[in-house]
Ligand binder design. Structure first.
Ligand SMILES: Nc1ncnc2c1ncn2[C@@H]1O[C@H](COP(=O)(O)OP(=O)(O)OP(=O)(O)O)[C@@H](O)[C@H]1O
Ligand SMILES: [Mg+2]
Length: 328
């Protein structure tokens, strides 16, 4: 468990993507295949999106003291995101509002089976810059949560992600790094140098496959561990998850649910893991709680609007059966 709790202002600081999700539910399958020009869907809503914002909303709902550290535009999108975060208890005082920034908006098309397809709108200058990483911020947190590797924008381009991680770790904090698709073509080996600065690497199977070129969870985990990562968690969607570090390795079977919308399950999983870890729980229990948070998020629309308290997750764990998955 990251120590010196009393001396730190925050339990978690989140860096990475924060954008506005426009969720379009009940998109008919024909929308993706037919030539018609007009289709009817469900009630369209907006909400927080982006891995860092999703994780921040869930972590705050679970009761931890957290802040989003990022750059948002000075227009309606930035304003809306700040309000949504404040309503849920996320500290927004570290957010830089920048007139030269355009915060991305993303359209989330949700099919009737709960699966989704993103249309990612362009953003401009929406990441942290090297000069934003100064003493007094990232050294004030027990955990630095990266949401996610491959979407750190200017920090990636300026090769300054390591600086951010070092501020946190040098002050006794831990780094939890989620991962997402390499939409900007940085290449699978882009982060190799910073693996030793990552305490927990939390990719999905697809993301780990992209980086490692390996297909089995165990081999994927070993790839990261051999290169200096502390512990590895591989998210396996409806097949659960896998954990490995120097001391233990195990699978966590998924909760049995019928998803309404799986957007953000990975982010809520990571948030759940962080919350349980901050409470000092053993790794198996951290993974169990994470698994519940991931599955529970799928029971409502939106990437980060469903989970509202730790109790909600505990109740879900008590009443929901776990599905046994055969492993090879
Ligand atoms: N259909 C499901 N049934 C049960 N649990 C699920 C389901 N989908 C996701 N989960 C839980 O949530 C975790 C994270 O989901 P997933 O593997 O889809 O992450 P991801 O690919 O990072 O998703 P995201 O699109 O949110 O980034 C899974 O490891 C699992 O524990
Ligand atoms: Mg993810």
């Amino acid at each position: 468990m990251p120590d010196r709790k009393q001396q730190k202002k925050y339990d978690v600081i989140h860096i990475g993507e924060a954008n506005l999700d426009i969720t379009v539910p009940d998109v008919p399958d024909e929308f993706f295949t037919d030539d018609f020009s007009t289709f009817v869907c469900g009630l369209i809503t907006d909400g927080c999106g982006g891995d860092a914002a999703n994780q921040a909303l869930c972590v705050a709902s679970l009761g931890d003291r957290n802040a989003l550290f990022g750059r948002l535009d000075t227009g309606m999108t930035g304003q809306r995101l700040c309000s949504l975060m404040e309503e849920r208890g996320v500290d927004t005082s570290l957010i830089i509002r920048d007139a030269n920034c355009c915060t991305p908006r993303i359209i989330v098309n949700v099919r009737k089976d709960g699966s989704h397809k993103f249309l990612v709108g362009k953003g401009i200058n929406y990441g942290l810059h090297k000069e934003d990483i100064v003493p007094g911020t990232l050294d004030q947190t027990r955990i630095l949560a990266i949401g996610s590797l491959f979407v750190l924008d200017t920090l990636d381009r300026e090769n300054s992600v390591a600086d951010a991680l070092k501020f946190c770790r040098d002050a006794g904090g831990k780094v939890v790094a989620d991962m997402t698709y390499d939409v900007r073509g940085l290449g699978p080996h882009f982060y190799e140098d910073i693996y030793p600065l990552i305490d927990f690497m939390v990719p999905s199977w697809d993301e780990a496959f992209y980086v490692t070129g390996l297909e089995h969870e165990e081999e994927m985990a070993d790839y990261f561990l051999e290169r200096g990562v502390g512990s590895v968690v591989i998210k396996l969607g409806s097949k659960g998850s896998f954990f490995k570090n120097a001391a233990e390795r195990f699978y966590t079977d998924p909760y049995s649910v019928k998803p309404v919308d799986t957007t953000g399950c990975g982010d809520n999983f990571t948030a759940g893991f962080i919350h349980a870890y901050l409470k000092g729980q053993p790794m198996r229990e951290c993974m169990q709680f994470a698994s519940a948070a991931g599955a529970l998020n799928s029971q409502g629309l939106g990437a980060s609007s469903y989970i509202r308290s730790e109790q909600m997750v505990l109740d879900f764990m008590e009443k929901t059966p776990v599905m046994k998955v055969a492993r090879t």
